[in-house]
Design a protein around this ligand. Structure first.
Ligand SMILES: Nc1nc2c(ncn2[C@@H]2O[C@H](COP(=O)(O)OP(=O)(O)OP(=O)(O)O)[C@@H](O)[C@H]2O)c(=O)[nH]1
Ligand SMILES: [Mg+2]
Length: 201
């Protein structure tokens, strides 16, 4: 691997009010606003980080979760390297809507191979005492829908926020490595008489 910095686009999706902007702002500026305004359209912020020896510039795209802003957010899905599906543990409806967010992303980002696309699921606001979604239930959803990593976060208390974005990077790097491995397999195939190994991708 080269030491060159890699630009990765990650996108935060989920219902209005689950804390997407708060997670991005906590991670990039280390600030939390208890009376944040709803996002209109999309916004993005960059942060440089190092994960497992790789230097990465993370371009975090924060989208408006409210339904009325759908046409403003969907044009920005294309080119995303990872999608952070976000819900709030104190809002059951936001959890039940995860499948819709996943479908919306796959459609508008025009993801060719959804089964391999790196999604990460975030259950935010774990500082709240009254939960409507248990850890086990969220983990089960992640297992059933693509074996996605699940992280519980609090933008307010800064719990697991950096860990969540680092996990997003790890997921992208893992897919990239898998692809490199497959391409290598194909290169070797071109020089051999056998067709074995070409089923990797
Ligand atoms: N207690 C608690 N409140 C949070 C947390 N994260 C966000 N909030 C609050 O929840 C409200 C909504 O947060 P936002 O970050 O604006 O939510 P959003 O997902 O960006 O919403 P849209 O922009 O409408 O899609 C704000 O009042 C935040 O202060 C958290 O981890 N814990
Ligand atoms: Mg927002």
């Amino acid at each position: 691997m080269s030491g060159k910095s890699l630009l990765l686009k990650v996108i935060l999706l989920g219902d209005g009010g689950v804390g997407k902007s708060s997670l991005m702002n906590r991670y990039v500026t280390n600030k939390f606003d208890s009376q944040a305004f709803h996002t209109i359209g999309v916004e993005f912020l960059n942060r440089d980080l190092e994960v497992d020896g790789r230097f990465v510039t993370l371009q975090i795209w924060d989208t408006a979760g409210q339904e009325r802003f759908k046409s403003l957010r969907t044009p920005f899905y294309r080119g995303a390297d990872c999608c952070l599906l976000t819900f709030s543990v104190d809002d059951r409806q936001s959890f039940e809507n995860l499948s819709n967010w996943q479908k919306e992303f796959v459609y508008y980002a025009d993801v060719k191979d959804p089964e391999r696309f790196p999604f990460v699921v975030l259950g935010n606001k774990i500082d709240k005492l009254e939960r409507q979604v248990s850890t086990e239930e969220a983990q089960a959803w992640c297992m059933e829908n693509g074996n996605y990593p699940y992280l519980e976060t609090s933008a307010k208390d800064d719990t697991n926020v950096a860990v969540a974005f680092e996990e997003a990077v790890r997921q992208v790097l893992a897919v990239e490595e898998q692809l490199e491995h497959c391409m290598l397999g194909h290169t070797i195939d071109l020089h051999s008489s056998s067709k074995s190994g070409s089923s990797c991708c």
